[in-house]
Write a protein that binds this ligand. Structure first.
Ligand SMILES: Nc1ncnc2c1ncn2[C@@H]1O[C@H](COP(=O)(O)OP(=O)(O)OP(=O)(O)O)[C@@H](O)[C@H]1O
Ligand SMILES: Cc1ncc(CO)c(N)n1
Length: 446
């Protein structure tokens, strides 16, 4: 069992500190332990106050867990006072914990200090040398170095300077940049950038804690630093997207999205299979185009083609009906994934898509049924986009959605040189699309 320890403050609001760290550990299936350094009274709006735990009790907590249970990795967060830092350094040294992630928490989002100003020196001179990696955000790096940081080159320079305090590596988190939240990582040899997409809205309480806790587990699992950092970044991005609306201030991240995801992967595959079975039970042959049928379904909040499942060998025509060549898999179809991921940018609930043979009667039936039907022309695709994206259809889908100012039920095109005309159905669930396809072909017994 992977055993990891957080040494941090309690956040009564449940979104940062000890509470966030333990959620991250649990969702990544590590055994979590906690040494509480301070008790804060805070919520999503801000910190109302805190009291530090007496340093001897911090030392005793640390001794208790390390003497008995032990830890492959530890992370530190809010340490409140200089004598607490000293107690932590003593305990970590005594038990030589192999991986130590130091998140140098200085100030909370709302501006409340979480480390006494005079303790910054102790942090730099005594704890940093023990660290496998330190993970300041931009304001923390600025405070620790007394320098302004606004650009990626300035972050890289700051990372080099912080490395001189003795940690094995430095990650400067880019959440506070004005552009995309790029993190910078320096391992003493090279600087790497970890790009990211910004999640917008009043979200982000506990992002720093979530990131460093995930980093700690990935390092404990034995991943190299850069890979662990990239995975931690992906972890925090999804946890931000899933941020639940609790409280009236800044919504906390939802680390538990990661364990729900495992279940969701199973549901997605199952939904695809049972939808395909319905198709197989009908004389569905008329629905099959030259390129065969594919049906895709994405995980909630899917961010890349690996998070969209489809049928690797497609659903192929056979006699009067269709057959599934191989069971659905994640990452099986870039083409279907592009259609779905593009649609999800406009409506996250629309996670399913299916392509069927173009037939004028299907289109007129759809219109009679009152469905939203949009035609686009491949010839209208700007050449620059075509060159960049190949025939991914992202353009056609985005065009159709923007043209309608809504999500169409059906998007079709009449083809192009070497391109078969095609109908694509968009919807929330695969069964819904199969049922619609059967209705269009007049095959639905229901
Ligand atoms: N809005 C955002 N969208 C996507 N990623 C973000 C966003 N804000 C921060 N991040 C990422 O989350 C991680 C934490 O970064 P950040 O700089 O916000 O830390 P922090 O200020 O210590 O967080 P906090 O004080 O809220 O705990 C980094 O990997 C950063 O790139
Ligand atoms: C206890 C605690 N640790 C860290 C942070 C920084 O997010 C916070 N707000 N509260």
């Amino acid at each position: 069992m992977l055993k990891v320890l957080t040494i941090a403050g309690s956040d009564s609001g449940g979104g940062a500190g000890i509470q966030a760290d333990l959620k991250v550990f649990a969702t990544l299936e590590a055994y979590g332990m906690s040494v509480v350094t301070a008790v804060t009274a805070q919520n999503t709006r801000g910190v109302w106050g805190y009291e530090a735990v007496a340093a001897p009790l911090v030392e005793r907590q640390l001794e208790a867990v390390l003497e008995d249970i032990g830890a492959q990795a530890a992370k530190t967060g809010m340490l409140a006072e200089s004598n607490i830092i000293k107690a932590v350094v003593k305990g970590l040294r005594r038990h030589s914990v192999p991986i130590v992630v130091v998140d140098p928490v200085l100030v909370a989002k709302g501006g409340a200090r979480l480390l006494a100003a005079e303790a910054e020196e102790t942090l730099k001179s005594e704890l940093f040398p023990l660290a496998t990696v330190i993970t300041p955000n931009i304001p923390e790096a600025e405070a620790l170095l007394g320098a302004k940081i606004e650009t990626l080159p300035q972050m890289a320079e700051a990372a080099r300077r912080l490395k001189d305090f003795g940690p094995q590596a430095v990650i400067i988190k880019g959440g506070h940049l004005s552009g995309p939240p790029t993190d910078i990582i320096f391992d003493g040899q090279r600087i790497d950038e970890i790009p990211g997409e910004r999640v917008t809205g009043a979200v982000g309480h506990g992002t720093g804690c979530t990131f460093s806790a995930a980093l700690t587990v990935y390092l404990a699992k034995g991943l190299p630093l850069l890979e662990a950092a990239k995975k931690a970044k992906e972890f925090v991005t999804l946890a931000l997207k899933a941020a639940p609306r609790v409280g009236h201030g800044i919504s906390p991240t939802d680390p538990l999205i990661w364990s729900r995801r495992e279940r969701e992967r199973f549901y997605v595959l199952e939904a695809l299979l049972s939808a395909a079975e319905i198709l197989c039970r009908h004389p569905s042959r008329p629905l099959v185009p030259e390129v065969q049928i594919n049906l895709g379904y994405a995980l909630p909040l899917a961010q890349n083609p690996e998070e969209v499942a489809a049928f690797p060998g497609r659903i192929v025509g056979f006699k009067e009906g269709v057959r599934v060549v191989a069971p659905p898999e994640f990452g099986a179809s870039r083409h279907v994934a592009n259609i779905i991921l593009t649609t999800m940018r406009y409506s996250p609930e629309h996670r399913a898509a299916m392509n069927i043979r173009y037939d004028e009667t299907y289109i007129s039936r759809a219109r009679k049924m009152g469905l939203k039907v949009v035609e686009f022309s491949r010839a209208d695709e700007p050449p620059a986009i075509k060159k960049r994206e190949g025939s991914t259809l992202s353009w056609g889908v985005a065009w159709a959605i923007e043209h309608l100012q809504d999500i169409p039920d059906i998007i079709f095109d009449r083809g192009d040189v070497g391109k078969e005309p095609m109908i694509r159905l968009l919807g929330r669930r695969p069964e819904e699309l199969v049922s619609l396809a059967l209705s269009l072909a007049g095959l639905n017994s229901a």
